[in-house]
Design a protein around this ligand. Structure first.
Ligand SMILES: [Zn+2]
Length: 118
């Protein structure tokens, strides 16, 4: 994969993560209390590895879901596997990654997965 593209996707993921966390901080007083005095960047670092259990309790499931996807994608970047489908190992098209930087599956596998879960 093109290194410039990879760097751009990694930056989008970090930006998305930061904006979710900032949004949570604005909307959630518990979260705000826990992270009081931290800058959004500190919070991102704190929340990095596995998001702190105490913080998880204060988050909406939608936000957690998205943060987890973003985390997984960032891990894939570090492992040098970003852009490869976690199911079939095929390359995920760059257009799809641009639309959804945290996409972990190709369209085919994602579709199968969604059908299975329905
Ligand atoms: Zn696939």
């Amino acid at each position: 994969m093109d290194q410039g593209f990879l760097a751009r996707m990694e930056q989008s993921l970090l930006d998305m993560k930061q904006s979710i966390i900032s949004k949570i901080m604005v909307n959630n007083s518990d979260f705000k209390a826990i992270t009081e005095g931290m800058t959004p960047k500190d919070v991102v670092d704190t929340a990095s590895d596995d998001i702190d259990r105490e913080l998880i309790g204060t988050l909406s499931s939608q936000d957690i879901k998205q943060l987890r996807l973003i985390e997984s994608a960032l891990t894939r970047v570090q492992q040098g596997k970003y852009g490869l489908c976690i199911k079939c190992g095929k390359n995920i098209p760059e257009g799809r990654l641009e639309a959804i930087p945290y996409a972990l599956m190709c369209v085919e596998c994602k579709t199968l997965e969604e059908r299975k879960n329905r």
